[in-house]
Design a protein around this ligand. Structure first.
Ligand code: FE2
Length: 265
């Protein structure tokens, strides 16, 4: 099976620029590209920071745009989102029994868990309270087969000071929940606005660029706090013996002029 990972839209009002870029233009281009080439994907998930300031107007515009998008889309929240405004606009969005925007999706034998790591009251760092931990514990225990977890905040440092200060606060509790569970096959996250992959306590993980602006790997390598680097979406294919992942830089993909072909002599 195949699915799509998109993250950190940071939407503002349509036509409004953010850090010199147009978040909606990039979302449009991203969704158009996915619709053109990946309609065979089972679903698409967006791992948080749907909006820049949590405004209802931005959620409404997103809802309107997704109405014309052919893939089932799972929305998640990040620290730039407002849970209350999100649920006011996406009234039918799944929530757990405590009102957090968490959901489980079973596709065949595989279970996908989409976590809500947003802190309230506001804190840019991630939060995973005991109620949410209990929800996760139950879904982990009842999973019929392999488990794939998506969350906005990474539960570990990535050696970028700016991001490490705002990772998941309850990283030890989270680690305890998934420790030694051989069914947990991969961890997807957003928040860090760049390509990161590796493994943590034996679990492979991956993150990808945001759509609008990126976090420079080395602070000070550009004069602005954020950088303009290629946005991407992820195409993930799960086979019996493989988790295959491609990141496609849709915004920067350009044709090359047909080069002269040297002849073999
Ligand atoms: Fe973000």
């Amino acid at each position: 099976m195949k699915f799509i990972h998109v993250t950190d839209l940071h939407l503002v009002a349509r036509g409004e620029m953010l850090w010199g870029n147009d978040p909606f233009a990039r979302l449009d281009a991203c969704l158009q590209d996915i619709a053109a080439y990946h309609q065979d994907a089972a679903f698409c998930f967006i791992s948080g920071d749907l909006t820049e300031r949590g405004e209802k107007q931005a959620y409404k515009a997103l809802k309107h745009r997704l109405a014309g998008f052919p893939l089932k889309t799972v929305l998640m929240l990040g620290n730039h989102d407002t849970r209350e405004h999100y649920f006011e606009v996406f009234q039918d969005a799944p929530a757990d029994a405590n009102g957090y925007a968490q959901q489980a999706l079973d596709v065949g034998n595989r279970r996908f868990l989409f976590l809500d790591t947003v802190s309230e009251p506001f804190n840019a760092a991630g939060w995973y309270c005991q109620d949410r931990q209990a929800w996760l514990q139950e879904r982990l225990a009842s999973a019929p087969g392999d488990i794939y977890i998506a969350m906005h905040h990474p539960p570990f440092d990535i050696n970028i000071k700016y991001m490490d200060r705002i990772k998941l606060e309850h990283h030890q509790a989270f680690a305890g929940l998934i420790a030694g569970n051989p069914k947990v096959r991969h961890l997807f996250f957003g928040h860090v606005h760049r390509v990161v992959f590796g493994s943590w306590r034996g679990v492979p993980y991956s993150a990808l660029p945001a759509l609008n602006h990126q976090v420079p790997l080395v602070g000070g390598s550009v004069k602005s706090p954020y950088s303009d680097e290629p946005p991407m979406y992820g195409v993930i294919t799960l086979n019996e013996d493989q988790v295959l992942m491609h990141y496609d830089a849709f915004w920067d993909r350009k044709e090359l002029p047909d080069p002269p072909r040297p002849r073999k002599t």
